[in-house]
Design a binder for this molecule. Structure first.
Ligand SMILES: [Zn+2]
Length: 53
C-alpha cells in the first residue's frame, strides 16, 4: 500500500495594503507656491481654498 503524499504547501498571501492617497490642494498661495494642504472630500482644494474666491 502506497500512501499518497500530499504536498501541504501553505501559500502565504501577502496583504496588499492600499493607502488612499489624498490629493494635495491645487490652489496656490499668495506667494505662488503650491498649497500643501490636503483636499477636502472630492474637491480639488483644501478647506481654505475650496470656497474662496
Ligand atoms: Zn489650499
Amino acid at each position: 500500500m502506497a500512501k499518497k503524499k500530499k504536498a501541504a504547501k501553505k501559500t502565504a498571501k501577502k496583504k496588499a495594503v492600499k493607502k488612499v492617497a489624498k490629493k494635495r490642494c491645487e490652489a496656490k498661495t499668495r506667494e505662488g507656491k503650491k498649497c500643501k494642504r490636503l483636499v477636502v472630500g472630492k474637491s480639488k482644494y483644501c478647506s481654505v481654498h475650496k470656497g474662496g474666491k
